[in-house]
Design a protein around this ligand. Structure first.
Ligand code: KIV
Ligand code: ZN
Length: 524
């Protein structure tokens, strides 16, 4: 029988903390639902003590997710553990994940404590967490560089204190596979109560070895892998979920492991997260990159035509990529769209067919042929729309050219009022942004990043603009999609304005009902 490997996803915690701009609570919930559907065992939803917003989003995820264990992160401090317990207690079953650094460099230079102090803090933290739940994970931060005798002592003490999962992170991605596997092997050989806990690993990718190190660890007895979609995470990121899951599936007869991952949800989850997080996936990325299943050289193409497995070790369909044999144009009916959406893995209640169909027709009129990525983009943007958008675009006209001053006129609905402004700029997008700022009268907003992408091929591709905006010392992401570049940019900025408006409202509400959560530096 194959041994089961638990998949612990930390996209919403380790992944999110590395983004240029935070996700909104709604986006985090959307990601949590996608992860649940993907079949992950544990979702690390956030770091509740870090901000009232994080506290609320962990709580919201804990309330809504039923088929995965929801987990929150806490330093080995009572206030962190209490915030974690309080945010998660709405769930039927939840996990508290507490951690402290154990390597000499972290203990001495960062914590400025002795090894014994750190061990005492860890034991107290685990005991405190056990007051809330019998599912407690303890992590020895920077375990990869920790003195092995001390690591064994720490693991034994944490298990005695009640930890049910022990996580061994290679926090700085320093180890190599034989070395990291050796650490796991030593723990199994030397820690007397090791069989009372699940051993987990959490590898960072600084040397590109996060997946290989995780694999080496499971071969030595670890049974939980911490990972993220698209390998998001601090610096070079974390172990990539899709890679590790497909290794265990594709090489199952050699490795004899299995996971609960529903592999044909991988591609869709990867795209959703890339889009929401404003983190493009590199074309040659294993499993989910645009080229992961394309064959370029003549010899390869010839081989694949004769027999696919000459150059394909897994099928694109196994990760949820399906080829379209239907031509989607304005003559296509609703049933064609519905059929294709089903093939792309969407459930009927994932989208509103009437809305999608009318958006599809509008796009087909502009583009002629509509492709899978267009359909997915239409669904994505419809899901992103704010039910009650405070700001919405009514009218846009932008003029630019070689010898004219770029000018834009904008009409935006702000609440119930229509506002209009005309401005100039150094280009049509800049002029349109200036006009939006003039029309809305918003102060203190700075666009710190602007990215233009094309969705599809050729000059009729859709333009996707992502912007990062700083407002009130926070960063917000926005994305807009249109056949016109200026319109895509304007939509992205209006998306951001709606999020800043929501944040302002939450802040006002917070002042009225202040949640008792301590603000700390969110980076861990
Ligand atoms: O990399 C790390 O050590 C972490 C811990 C908090 C588990 O993210
Ligand atoms: Zn980490």
């Amino acid at each position: 029988m194959n041994d089961r490997i638990l998949i612990f996803d930390t996209t919403l915690r380790d992944g999110e903390q590395a983004l240029l701009a935070s996700l909104t609570n709604k986006e985090k919930l959307q990601i949590a639902f996608a992860l649940e559907r993907l079949g992950v065992d544990i979702i690390e939803a956030g770091f509740p003590v870090s901000s009232p917003g994080d506290f609320k989003s962990v709580q919201e995820i804990a309330r809504n997710i039923k088929n995965a264990t929801v987990c929150g992160l806490a330093r080995s401090l009572y206030e962190d553990i209490d915030a974690c317990g309080e945010s998660l207690k709405v769930a039927e079953h939840f996990r508290i994940h507490t951690f402290i650094a154990t390597s000499d460099i972290h203990v001495n230079a960062k914590l400025k404590k002795t090894q014994q102090d750190v061990l005492d803090m860890a034991v107290k933290a685990v005991k405190r967490a056990r007051r809330y739940t019998d599912d407690v994970e303890f992590s020895c931060e920077d375990a990869g560089r920790t003195d092995i005798d001390y690591l064994c002592r720490m693991v034994e003490s944490a298990i005695t204190a009640g930890a049910t999962t022990i996580n061994i992170p290679d926090t700085v991605g320093y180890t190599i596979p034989s070395e990291f596997g050796g650490i796991i092997q030593t723990l199994f050989n030397r820690v007397p109560n090791i069989d009372k806990a699940v051993i987990s690993v959490h590898c960072h990718n600084d040397l590109g070895l996060a997946v290989a190190n995780s694999l080496s660890a499971v071969q030595q007895g670890a049974r939980q892998i911490e990972c993220t979609i698209n390998g998001l995470g601090e610096r070079a990121g974390n172990c990539s979920l899709e890679e590790v899951a497909m290794i265990l599936q594709t090489r199952q007869s050699l490795l004899n492991f299995e996971t609960g991952i529903n592999s044909n949800e991988i591609y869709r989850t990867s795209k959703l997260i890339s889009q929401l997080c404003n983190m493009p996936v590199q074309g040659n990325k294993a499993i989910v990159g645009a080229n992961a299943f394309s064959h370029s050289s003549g010899i390869h193409q010839d081989g694949v035509l004769k027999s696919k497995d000459t150059y394909e070790i897994m099928t694109p369909e196994s990760v949820g990529i399906s080829k379209n044999h239907l031509n989607m144009t304005s003559r296509s009916g609703r049933h064609v769209i519905q059929h294709r959406m089903k093939e792309l893995g969407y459930m009927p209640n994932d989208y509103d067919l009437e809305v999608l169909y009318s958006n599809f027709l509008a796009l087909a009129d502009k583009k002629g042929q509509v492709f899978d990525y267009d359909l997915e983009a239409l669904v994505f943007f419809d899901q992103q729309k704010h039910q009650q958008a405070y700001y919405s675009l009514v009218y846009l006209q932008a003029n630019s050219g070689a010898n004219i001053i770029p000018t834009a006129t904008i009409q935006v609905e702000v609440g119930d009022t229509l506002k209009t402004a005309t401005e100039v700029g150094n280009g049509p997008v800049n002029a349109a942004f200036n006009a939006i700022i003039s029309a809305t009268g918003i102060d203190g907003l700075e666009v710190v990043d602007f990215k233009l992408d094309s969705k599809g091929e050729g000059s009729d591709a859709l333009a996707q603009v992502s912007v990062v905006v700083e407002y009130n010392q926070r960063r917000f992401n926005g994305i807009g999609l249109a056949t016109d570049i200026v319109e895509a940019g304007v939509k992205a900025l209006i998306y951001v304005l709606n999020n800043t408006h929501m944040a302002d409202q939450i802040d006002q509400h917070k002042q009225l009902n202040s949640i008792k959560v301590v603000n700390i530096d969110k980076k861990v």
